[in-house]
Design a protein around this ligand. Structure first.
Ligand SMILES: [Zn+2]
Length: 297
C-alpha cells in the first residue's frame, strides 16, 4: 500500500515484507522506489521528491530511525485514515483542549485576561443535559457569555425555600442576584428522552432511583399534553410536551420573588427556546407574565 498523509507522492513504508534479524543486510523498512509518473515540475512535486530522497537516505543510514518512522506513520494512518482513534477517550479530550488552547485561549489574551478578574455574563441558559444540545456549541458562545445550568429535560423547580439540594435554585440565585444576568432562557429540544419518560410513564410507575421524581416538576406540562394531544401518537405528544414543559419552567421561574421583581422592573427578561436538531431550527419566545411573542430561526 502506498499512501501519503499529505496526499502527495512521498515515501511510504512497504507492508507485508519479510522481517530479517540482520537489519544491516536487510533494512527494517524498505523505501518504495516508485518512479514518479511525471517529471516533477511544481514546487510541491519538487518538495516531495526532495523529501523522498531524504527519507531514503535516512532509511539506508539508520535502520532504527527508519523503524521508528514506520511505526509513527502506522499510528498516524490508524488515527487519520482508518477512522479509528489510537488516542483513547481521555486522549480525545486532551487533543480537544490543545485545539481550544491554540485556536481560542492563546489567540484572545484580552478576553482571557479579563475573565481572570471575574465574569459578567448577559445570559443564564437552562438547557437539557442531552449531549446533542450543548448551548455553547449551537450559539457559538464565548467563555464568559452565558451562565449555564443543564439537567434532565431542562427543568426549573418552583420556589421552595430551604428544600432539598437546590442545585437549580442556587445557580439561579447566583445568576440573578450577583451576576445580574439580563436574560434567562430555558431551552427545550426535539427528541428529549426526559420528556418522553414524562409523557409515557404513569405516575408512580417509574423504575429509576431519581429520574421520575425529578421529572415530576413537569407534571403540569404532562397534564396539558394529555388534555390537548392525549389521543395522538407518542411522538406527537412529546413534540407538544417538549415546548409546554419549557413554559412550565418559565412559570416556575416567576415563583422566585427576586426573579419576578426584576422581570416586573424590566431589569430581567425571561424567554423560552426550542432547538429542533431534526429540522435544524431554533425558536425563541418571550415570556413576560404570560404574554408571549415568538421568533423562529
Ligand atoms: Zn432532553
Amino acid at each position: 500500500m502506498s499512501t501519503c498523509l499529505g496526499g502527495c507522492n512521498v515515501w511510504t513504508p512497504r507492508r507485508g515484507r519479510k522481517k530479517s534479524s540482520t537489519p544491516a543486510e536487510s533494512p527494517a523498512v524498505v523505501p518504495v522506489a516508485e518512479a514518479p509518473s511525471h517529471t516533477p515540475t511544481s514546487d510541491s512535486d519538487k518538495m516531495a521528491a526532495s523529501l523522498n530522497q531524504k527519507v531514503d537516505a535516512l532509511v539506508k543510514s539508520n535502520p532504527e530511525a527508519a523503524k521508528k518512522l514506520e511505526e509513527t506513520i502506522a499510528a498516524l494512518e490508524k488515527t487519520y485514515l482508518s477512522g479509528e482513534s489510537a488516542e483513547g477517550p481521555i486522549g480525545r479530550l486532551g487533543r480537544g483542549f490543545q485545539t481550544f488552547k491554540s485556536n481560542v485561549y492563546d489567540k484572545d489574551s484580552a478576553l482571557f485576561d479579563k475573565l481572570k478578574t471575574g465574569q459578567w455574563p448577559k445570559y443564564m441558559i437552562i438547557a437539557c443535559s442531552d449531549s446533542r444540545v450543548d448551548p455553547a456549541t449551537i450559539f457559538g458562545l464565548n467563555p464568559g457569555e452565558a451562565f449555564m445550568v443543564r439537567n434532565v429535560a431542562n427543568m426549573v423547580p418552583a420556589w421552595e425555600p430551604k428544600g432539598g439540594y437546590p442545585s437549580v435554585s442556587s445557580a439561579l440565585e447566583y445568576a440573578v442576584k450577583h451576576l445580574k444576568v439580563e436574560h434567562i432562557i430555558v431551552i427545550g429540544h426535539r427528541l428529549c428522552g426526559g420528556i418522553k419518560a414524562l409523557v409515557t410513564t404513569e405516575e408512580g410507575q417509574g423504575s429509576h432511583d431519581f429520574i421520575e421524581n425529578w421529572l415530576e416538576i413537569g407534571k403540569p406540562a404532562r397534564a396539558a399534553t394529555k388534555a390537548v394531544s392525549g389521543s395522538d401518537e407518542v411522538d406527537e405528544q412529546c413534540k407538544f410536551c417538549e415546548k409546554e414543559s419549557v413554559n412550565v419552567s418559565l412559570t416556575n421561574l416567576l415563583s422566585y420573588p427576586w426573579v419576578k421583581e426584576k422581570v416586573v422592573g424590566k431589569k430581567l427578561s425571561i424567554h423560552g427556546g426550542f432547538y429542533d436538531f431534526v429540522e435544524g431550527s431554533f425558536q425563541v419566545w418571550d415570556f413576560e407574565l404570560n404574554v408571549s411573542h415568538s421568533q423562529k430561526f
